[in-house]
Design a protein around this ligand. Structure first.
Ligand code: MN
Length: 395
């Protein structure tokens, strides 16, 4: 069997930086969606696809090889984030597809794997099916039956992922082994696509485009037509017979990679490699399970406006373990003539806060009111108190 493929990525219509990355090279296909302040998201997603590219160069003999490569890549990103203060808490989603070598008497297979909320779809017999399961807060609500699929699509916290590469020393990737079926088409994409384009419209575009590059370009374009509020990346992989005419990877210089293998020295992210001032409309945030459970258990998260536009933000004043957790008035990372002022000093210092939550605070969550910012700080104080049975309960 042969593969044909196409890939496209675009910064979108709102953001100034493309933190997505992809690889599409015949022996490995992947999409990564980075997160973290400064350039950390871009670094994380680039490291992720580069890790898979290197692993693929050595070859995958079995499905476990892909999972091992993801674990190794996770460790690389995690180490990199520890070394640089600006890249603390950086992480990335990763969704990948690798064709396995043919073995005697067995149908040829592909292995797909996922961490986070980028997705792999299978388009077969005119039907679109999501192969991967999102590791997201909204998916958990959906699985619990607390919200509908329609509500999930527009949920204000749909960008909270519950698993990502780089956040912890270990990562648990989902993986599936599937038979290679002639006529199948796989679509790997970042959430920028699915947030803007529903399954029905994705299906319509896939049906209309026999060429995978045309399909990838078209999907990205429609995401931008619908607002392009996030970076969008799409990789389309078609499974053909040996005799089929392989056509793909032609034009569209702005949004696509070249058809040949990228040289070793080139940037791992074929997207927007330049650095700009980051000003995300909807910053991504990783909330690892422990933080999610702890804060949810206190019922505090619902009272907190994580994505309020402006007004107040929570962050650390000072550096190191003794940095103070405070509420600032003003805007983070902005406007030279207006310095944020400290409104509330929580009395909590960084070393009291478990690392994944501290990393989250490094992203300086914003609130539209002081009360909401204070509620968040209070919930953190409660979490700390709950962890310290001998202290912190003196009310
Ligand atoms: Mn995204």
């Amino acid at each position: 069997m042969k593969l044909a493929w196409g890939a496209a990525t675009h910064v979108g219509m709102v953001r100034q930086q493309n933190e997505d990355a992809f690889v599409a090279e015949g022996n490995v296909f992947a999409v990564a969606d980075g997160m973290g302040g400064h350039n950390a998201g871009e670094v994380a997603s680039a490291l992720a696809v580069e890790g898979l590219r290197r692993a693929a160069a050595a070859g995958f003999s079995a499905a476990e090889g892909l999972v091992t490569a993801i674990n190794t890549t996770n460790a690389t990103i995690h180490e990199a984030s520890g070394g640089l203060s600006e890249q603390r808490g950086m992480g990335t989603t990763l969704t990948a597809l690798v064709p396995l070598p043919a073995t005697d008497g067995e149908p040829q297979r592909v292995v797909v794997a996922n961490v986070g909320d980028s997705r792999i779809y299978l388009w077969r017999d005119n039907e679109l099916k999501q192969v991967s399961a999102d590791h997201s807060y909204v998916q958990e609500l959906l699985s619990e039956g607390l919200i509908t699929a329609a509500e999930a699509r527009i949920h204000p916290r749909r960008n909270i992922v519950t698993r990502a590469l780089g956040i912890e020393g270990d990562v648990n990737a989902d993986s599936w082994v599937l038979p290679m079926v002639v006529g199948d088409r796989y679509v790997l994409c970042s959430d920028g696509l699915v947030d803007e384009v529903d399954d029905e419209e994705i299906a319509t575009i896939l049906r209309a485009s026999t060429n995978p590059q045309v399909a990838a370009d078209h999907l990205v374009q429609v995401a931008n037509d619908h607002g392009g509020r996030d970076n969008t990346t799409v990789v389309v992989v078609d499974i053909l017979t040996d005799t089929a005419d392989v056509t793909s990877r032609d034009t569209a210089p702005d949004t696509t990679a070249t058809s040949t293998t990228l040289p070793e020295s080139s940037a791992a992210s074929p997207g927007d490699a330049a650095t700009h001032v980051a000003a995300s409309a909807r910053p991504r945030r990783v909330l690892v399970a422990v933080a999610l459970v702890a804060v949810l258990a206190l019922g505090a998260l619902s009272a907190v406006g994580w994505y309020a536009r402006d007004g107040y933000f929570v962050g650390f004043a000072g550096q190191g373990d003794q940095a103070q957790l405070v509420v600032f008035k003003g805007r983070a990372n902005q406007i030279l003539w207006f310095r944020p002022t400290i409104e509330i000093d929580s009395g909590v210092v960084r070393q009291e806060i478990f690392p994944s939550l501290a990393d989250d605070i490094d992203n300086q969550p914003k609130y539209d009111s002081l009360a909401r910012a204070e509620a968040y700080v209070n919930s953190i104080r409660d979490v700390i108190a709950a962890q310290k049975p001998a202290a912190g309960d003196g009310t």
